[in-house]
Design a binder for this molecule. Structure first.
Ligand code: ZN
Ligand code: ZN
Length: 749
């Protein structure tokens, strides 16, 4: 305050970092400055947003800045300096400076409420326009080539704005002020088929391929069993579950049970597919998720999706219908034929989807980088990932502290890559299983795209210990120090990194397969994690995996191995008479041909499934254990069901009991005993190392009963358990752990 009691005029220089470009930050700053009668300027540059404000109400401005910033923005850091007065005439938005780039592109977002109101307002010039968006919503990451985030650097560059769009774009009071992807029916992208025609074809039972935000979807009427079966046949996808899109929460509650956390997640602007316990799905096609207790649901997120529900509702005016139950439900699945990456290009769609879809609907706004739908579920009241992609990429995960710029290339299945910059880690979208040439190309594209949008030159590269993975070979071909990281160590380090656990911790990795030391197959590991190092404290007792990798899809083989080991080889052929190989499998064990030992927890689950005769031959990875989990009615414990010998946790008594057990009782007993044993095993290790933190990770933690049981059990032992929250527990999270370990390491491998 001055002597007269009037606030002093000040000039403040601000530097704002975080997700601040492409989210309406400059218009927000502009309007705020005008509101408080401040002069100065704002600009986007390679470091985020720079602002100078001058006037009497700079303090009020700063308070509003920190509390009222736009919904898609994320502020990581603001620096504030007072500088000499410059007496500018007004407040202006300056042109972007693009010399140096080190900020981030925001993720894609669903249509905002204001845009929805226009979409269904017959008086609006955006009425029923499938590509409307504004600074608070719309495509971002998937249409952006590089920073700074300005129209010429996006796939909207080729669309010339009409006079109306230009005037909205240049009006600081408009919601579309500097909305880079803004477009209207006059000047913007166009859909290749009218919405009413699309709906007619859906209702006629056709399979459609429709271009979305991060790629093409295949869709059909979710109530039409024939259509869903045709989709399965053509996509060559026997039983793996499909997700269903419904209009809103009121429509979802018909099919599934939804707690408050799941409802929030389902309706969040990120619009993930959310796995929910099904309750009454008779009106949906039976083959959507055969035999499973969980159904993946998602709500509309692009204007095209909304328009389909609007059309089905009879084109009501206004938005009231958006809250009411709607009968239309759609099977939505990624258009990724043959397990190859998602189709994003129009010509590519014609070639690759012709044999699957009856109709292909595209548009002329190019997708620059593919991004599948994100899949999540609520675990212990916390949202957790199953597949992390659209709307979450490229959101940074904060590391405990800065590490050298590192590239981590993931493993083999469900691959992702990770790039670090300072104390931030950027995990890519789901890339997929690295078993085909197209996915390998997508892997390299994703590395290039992320490196260029983040402007990072990596100094280290981390890869899996397995030397034959394409990702490992790629890493070693780069001309920078490389670090081979053991698979389960990486799983556990990923949890430590995101939860900022830097002190020694006990880790329990329960997984399918990862290469261990001395060429062993690991997957049920108890570790001590200390900085970049680990010590293997114990593991599940090993079991023979008859036929190698094939056993992961054929639980009966694991059961056969257990019977053989128990001296009951003579029962194998009769028990599994439906399996032609069953007659001869004993020879494999006797002659030790292709029967590698594994300590995998995934294979332990398969053994139980095989013994209980649940899906002896699975049609996709994890199917049998998912069915087993679905049978659990309560968890029962067989008190002497396990033994711990020299750090090895052995379940022979439990498995022996399962040989003659009915499936439901067996499922209850298996889960309950496993949980109790794992908790006692890790608690003993924690006690002897005087540690109370337990890191939990690995694909088996996708099992809801197991994960919540272990969390609860460890709490009763007075321990602090941690599950991953920012990456999935399966191999999609490996790259984060690899990067963190390599960043901490002193010596390359
Ligand atoms: Zn909007
Ligand atoms: Zn226009």
């Amino acid at each position: 305050m001055t002597k007269q009691g009037r606030p002093e005029t000040k000039r403040i220089q601000l530097r704002i970092r975080g997700v601040v470009q492409g989210v309406g930050f400059r218009p927000f700053i502009y309007n705020l400055a005008r509101h408080f009668d401040l002069t100065g300027w704002v600009l986007n540059d390679g470091d985020g947003v720079g602002v100078e404000i001058e006037g009497q109400k700079t303090a009020e401005f700063l308070l509003s800045l920190e509390t009222k910033y736009p919904p898609l923005a994320r502020i990581d850091d603001i620096s504030i300096n007072e500088i000499p007065l410059l007496h500018d005439a007004d407040f202006t938005i300056l042109a972007s400076e693009s010399n140096q780039v080190s900020t981030s592109i925001p993720p894609d977002s669903n249509v905002c409420p204001d845009c929805l109101a226009e979409l269904f307002d017959s008086g609006s010039r955006y009425y029923r326009y499938p590509f409307l968006n504004c600074t608070h919503c719309g495509p971002r990451y998937t249409i952006t080539q590089k920073l700074p985030y300005d129209r010429p650097n996006t796939s909207m560059a080729s669309f010339q704005m009409c006079a109306d769009c230009k005037s909205e774009y240049s009006d600081p009071t408009n919601r579309r002020f500097h909305a880079q992807p803004t477009a209207c029916p006059v000047c913007g992208p166009k859909l290749s088929l009218a919405i009413n025609k699309i709906l007619q074809r859906i209702r006629a039972g056709e399979i459609l391929a429709i271009k979305g935000l991060g790629g093409f979807h295949l869709l059909c009427d979710a109530t039409n069993e024939t259509a869903v079966q045709i989709l399965r046949q053509r996509k060559n996808r026997e039983e793996k579950p499909f997700a269903v899109m419904v209009a809103n929460l009121a429509s979802a509650v018909k099919f599934v049970r939804i707690d408050d956390s799941s409802a929030t997640l389902l309706q969040s602007p990120k619009r993930p597919i959310v796995l929910l316990p099904r309750q009454n799905t008779e009106s949906l096609a039976a083959s959507i998720a055969p035999g499973l207790q969980w159904l993946g649901l998602l709500l509309p997120y692009t204007p095209i999706h909304y328009l389909l529900f609007h059309e089905a509702a009879g084109r009501p005016d206004g938005t009231d219908w958006l809250q009411q139950p709607q009968p239309l439900s759609l099977v939505m699945t990624s258009a990724n034929p043959g397990g190859e990456p998602l189709v994003i290009d129009n010509d590519e769609a014609k070639q690759r989807l012709e044999s699957i879809a009856d109709t292909i609907v595209d548009h002329n706004r190019n997708i620059l980088i593919r991004c599948d739908d994100t899949v999540m579920r609520v675990m212990n009241n916390q949202p957790s990932f199953i597949r992390r992609a659209r709307s979450y990429v490229p959101q940074a995960i904060k590391l405990p502290h800065e590490i050298p710029p590192t590239l981590a290339v993931g493993a083999y299945l469900k691959n992702t890559i990770c790039i670090t910059r300072g104390d931030e880690a950027f995990v890519s979208q789901h890339i997929g299983d690295m078993d085909n040439a197209a996915t390998l190309r997508f892997f390299e594209e994703s590395i290039e795209h992320l490196l260029s949008t983040l402007a990072v030159t990596p100094e280290r590269v981390a890869h899996d210990l397995h030397p034959d993975f394409h990702s490992s070979r790629y890493a070693k071909s780069l001309d920078i120090p490389s670090y081979a990281i053991q698979h389960h160590h990486a799983h556990l380090a990923a949890v430590a990194a995101e939860h900022h656990i830097t002190e020694p911790a006990i880790g329990l990795a329960l997984d399918g397969f990862g290469l261990g030391e001395e060429n062993q197959a690991w997957g049920g590991e108890l570790m001590l994690i200390e900085g970049p190092n680990y010590q293997r404290l114990g593991h599940l007792s090993t079991i023979k995996q008859a036929g190698g990798d094939v056993a992961a899809r054929e639980p009966w083989r694991m059961a056969a191995a257990f019977l053989y080991k128990s001296g009951r080889a003579d029962e194998i052929a009769t028990r599994f008479k439906a399996q032609p190989v069953a007659k001869n499998i004993v020879q494999l064990f006797e002659k030790n041909i292709n029967v590698p030992e594994t300590s995998s927890c995934g294979r332990l689950f398969d053994t139980a499934c095989g013994l209980l005769n649940i899906k002896p031959k699975a049609s996709f990875e994890g199917q049998a254990p998912m069915l087993l989990e679905g049978m659990v009615t309560q968890t029962d414990v067989m008190q002497d069901g396990w033994q711990i010998i020299d750090g090895q946790l052995d379940f022979t008594p439990l498995l022996t009991r399962l040989i003659n057990c009915d499936p439901i009782h067996g499922a209850n007993l298996f889960h309950g005993t496993l949980i109790q044993a794992l908790c006692e095993w890790s608690a003993a290790a924690a006690k002897s190392h005087k540690i109370n933190t337990v890191l939990l990770n690995g694909g088996c933690f996708l099992n809801h009963v197991l994960a919540s049981g272990v969390i609860q059990g460890l709490h009763t032992h007075g321990l602090k358990p941690y599950l991953p929250q920012q990456t999935p527990p399966n191999d999609g999270g490996i790259s984060l752990g690899q990067a963190w370990i390599a960043g901490l390491s002193h010596k390359s491998t």
